[in-house]
Write a protein that binds this ligand. Structure first.
Ligand SMILES: [Zn+2]
Ligand SMILES: [Zn+2]
Length: 244
């Protein structure tokens, strides 16, 4: 499985917001500011699917650009297959409202136009799908009041890679890591009292608890990235391509 690391940061740092491209065809999160970075690696009309963790802008903020390009150009470019977008219930309405706000133009934003090029697939905790040859499972994480999903992807050889998205320590994280060979884990802080995210020390605890899973810390702030690099705790950087 090829993983292109588009970004490793959280909202407040100069690194790109955390997102990944799998095998040049599936995108995990489309954060604000990342669209320009993504199109350096892939043609977005070659994507088969986008997985949305939740609606905070550092995970979803540039989705309107993809929606707009598909509405305007998909047919012109000869693509007939709809882009599949996995995410929480009501995502389609949310995209319509967001695009209305951003473009101030009704003709760009009708549900009919949107659904002509994008298929929205609702997920809930434990949902399973087959996408691009992978068995995909959604896990409902604990991220304050936000409905937030992590996803695992299992290939035909049984290898599983996963992304926690934003979450604090919870059963869903344990359940996901217990079946993963490789995982990208939210380590947003060094503060052990952090709410809604995982701290560096809590991440070390997860590495100990699930030694069979190689974990990469992502969604890091300046402090957590610094300690990760100083201790060589599988640090990641924007633009790295991993073969896992
Ligand atoms: Zn969030
Ligand atoms: Zn976030």
């Amino acid at each position: 499985m090829k993983v292109t690391v588009v970004g490793t940061g959280c909202t407040w740092v100069t690194r790109n917001n955390t997102s990944f491209i799998l095998d040049d065809k599936m995108l995990f999160d489309i954060p604000s500011g990342n669209y320009k970075e993504i199109i350096k690696s892939i043609d977005i009309f070659n994507l088969s699917a986008v997985f949305i963790s939740h609606l905070h802008s550092d995970h979803f903020g540039d989705f309107y650009v993809i929606a707009s390009r598909y509405i305007r150009e998909m047919k012109k470019l000869g693509r007939t297959e709809k882009l599949r977008v996995y995410g929480l219930k009501g995502l389609d309405e949310y995209v319509i409202n967001l695009n209305k706000m951003i473009f101030c133009a009704e003709d760009e934003t009708s549900m009919e136009l949107l659904k002509g090029c994008i298929e929205f697939i609702e997920v809930e905790d434990g949902s399973e799908f087959i996408e691009s040859g992978y068995k995909v499972k959604a896990y409902r994480m604990t991220h304050g009041k936000m409905e937030c999903y992590g996803y695992s992807f299992t290939d035909e050889k049984g290898k599983t890679i996963s992304f926690t998205a934003d979450t604090c320590i919870c059963d869903a994280v344990d359940n996901m890591l217990s079946v993963s060979d490789v995982s990208f884990v939210d380590v947003a802080s060094v503060d052990d009292n952090i709410r809604h995210h995982i701290s560096y020390n809590q991440f070390l605890g997860l590495m100990k608890k699930f030694p069979n899973c190689k974990m990469y810390p992502v969604h890091t702030n300046y402090a957590s990235q610094k300690i990760i690099e100083e201790n060589n705790t599988n640090p990641l950087f924007d633009g790295i391509v991993l073969n896992v």
